[in-house]
Each structure stands twice: as structure tokens, then as C-alpha cells.
Design a binder for this molecule. Structure first.
Ligand SMILES: N[C@@H](CCC[C@H](N)C(=O)O)C(=O)O
Length: 281
């Protein structure tokens, strides 16, 4: 029997607080990835399995080290992913010795740095966009008080987020409420739906139903948006610990330039390679 040598495609499997990613490096060579193929690879039963799929391409903007594209498990693309941004910065540190890097994303240039002692990664996620057109919403509305039951607030961190503030997170099942809200007609590009419980002036609990991926163990951009919305509502200070099912992030909404800084861990679970034969035809 003749065996055909197959070209295997290398990947890193990473996570930020349990929000997990397949990272494929296309800086040297393209691998024929399409939204349908990404969705197949993200499938937890028939593919590799992940919440988001991350593709690295050569940077094409001055000052950037790498161009990063983020895809959800359903194959849709997102402008931002906080946890994956930390993972890419960690990859550049461990693989290429860059303790500081600049990620080019559809949401802009994101400077990142790795703390040599703690290993924690900080990403400057840029300023939130708070105008209704920028979230985006389908019609003019006050983004601090959306015209929806439960009085949520909205903000974009390069991707659309809505935050509900609840007295007790146990009062609500995100798996029931999340999909309905993600597809509400107020959100023409769908939305990530966060459910927050403020614990103190410096801490909150958060669960996020993610657009295109479902309930995840943590959402970095969701944590940034929740902290921003909580500050806008006068509920927390500008630096806040956001506790999610997979662990906690420190979020600072900086005075002055209004950038949001996100600090937390990034972990490589394993590296591997996949056979493009598993691509759907
Ligand atoms: N897990 C993310 C966000 C990923 C993208 C999101 N689902 C979207 O479609 O906007 C994070 O850590 O920020």
C-alpha cells in the first residue's frame, strides 16, 4: 500500500483563563483557511476545538510586529479578542524574545508587554467607543441605558459588548438569555452579552455569552467593556478586578487618554499539527 506524505499544518493551543484558542501562524505561508474551515477546526468533537481561532499574518502597519485576526467558533470574524491578544503577546515573548510587542488588529494597534517576574501580560486595548453608531446599534440610543428590559449599557472595545448589572448572577442563566440578546434587532452585528454583579468599588463578577462562540470561561474584551460601563454608571473605581468563571483580570480605564489596560495570564496548553484533509469539502 502506498502512503501519500501529507502536509501537516502546525498550531498552538492556548488559553487565557480558560477562554481557549487555536493559533495558526500564516506569516510565512497561507494555509487555505476559510470561515467554514475554521468553524470545522473549532468543532470540539470533530475538529481541534476552541472558542476562538487566531491567525497571524505579516504586519502591514508601521510600528506593528504582527497582524492578528480573530475568528469565533462559528467562523465569524471579530475585531477584538482580549484573551487571545495576551496569548499572542506571550507567544511573541516566548518564541521570539519580544517582551514588548505591538499587535495590529482590525480594532487598531495594541501595545502589549509581558512582566518578566509574574509572567502576566498587559495589553493596551485602546479607548472604548461609546457612541451608538460605533457599538454599533441599529438606531440612535443612549449607550449607557439601552432601551431593553434590564437596563443594560453598551460599549465597543473593537467588538460590540452589552453589560447587564444584576444584584445576583445566580438570578439568571446566560445560556438562556444570551442567545436571544445576541440576536436582538438592536444589534445589527450581533453582540457579546455580559452579566455583571458588582462586589465592591474594586471588584465585580462577570459571565459573558460571546457572539459566535457561546458561554466562555472568560472574555477579555467583555471584562474591559464591563469595567468601562461600571465606571460610567459610578459603580466602581477606574481600576477594577473582574472575576470570571476561569479566573480574574485586572482592568484599568486610564484617565487622560482613556485607554483600557487589561492584565492577566496567558497559557500554552500544547502544540500540534492538523491534517488539512479534515477541512470540509
Ligand atoms: N473571547 C474574547 C472575545 C472574542 C470575540 C467575540 N466573541 C466577538 O465576536 O466579538 C475576548 O477575550 O475578548
Amino acid at each position: 500500500m502506498a502512503y501519500k506524505a501529507r502536509m501537516m499544518i502546525p498550531f498552538s493551543k492556548m488559553h487565557g483563563l480558560g477562554n481557549d484558542f487555536v493559533v495558526v501562524d500564516e506569516r510565512v505561508e497561507r494555509h487555505g483557511l476559510t470561515p467554514a474551515r475554521i468553524a470545522a477546526l473549532a468543532d470540539r468533537h470533530r475538529g481541534i476545538g476552541c472558542d476562538q481561532f487566531v491567525v497571524l499574518r505579516p504586519a502591514c502597519q508601521a510600528g506593528a510586529d504582527v497582524f492578528v485576526r480573530f475568528f469565533n467558533a462559528d467562523g465569524s470574524e471579530s475585531g477584538a479578542c482580549g484573551n487571545a491578544s495576551r496569548c499572542v503577546a506571550d507567544l511573541l515573548w516566548r518564541g521570539e524574545g519580544r517582551r514588548r510587542s505591538v499587535l495590529q488588529t482590525r480594532a487598531g494597534l495594541l501595545p502589549a508587554s509581558v512582566d518578566g517576574e509574574t509572567g502576566l501580560v498587559t495589553v493596551d486595548m485602546g479607548p472604548p467607543a461609546l457612541a451608538w453608531r460605533d457599538v454599533p446599534l441599529a438606531e440612535p440610543a443612549d449607550t449607557l441605558h439601552l432601551p431593553l428590559a434590564g437596563d443594560p449599557a453598551a460599549a465597543s472595545m473593537g467588538n460590540p459588548h452589552v453589560t447587564f448589572f444584576l444584584a445576583d448572577l445566580l438570578d439568571l442563566d446566560p445560556v438562556v438569555a444570551g442567545p436571544l440578546l445576541e440576536h436582538d434587532p438592536l444589534f445589527p452585528e450581533r453582540a457579546n452579552i455580559g452579566f455583571a454583579q458588582v462586589l465592591s468599588r474594586a471588584a465585580m463578577r462577570l459571565r459573558v455569552w460571546e457572539r459566535g462562540s457561546g458561554l466562555t470561561l472568560a472574555c477579555g474584551s467583555g471584562a474591559c467593556a464591563a469595567a468601562v460601563n461600571a465606571v460610567r454608571r459610578g459603580l466602581v473605581e477606574r481600576t477594577c478586578r473582574v472575576e470570571m468563571d476561569g479566573g480574574a483580570l485586572s482592568i484599568t480605564w486610564r484617565d487622560g487618554d482613556g485607554h483600557v489596560l487589561m492584565t492577566g495570564p496567558a497559557t500554552t496548553s500544547f502544540v500540534g499539527s492538523f491534517d488539512p484533509e479534515i477541512y470540509p469539502s
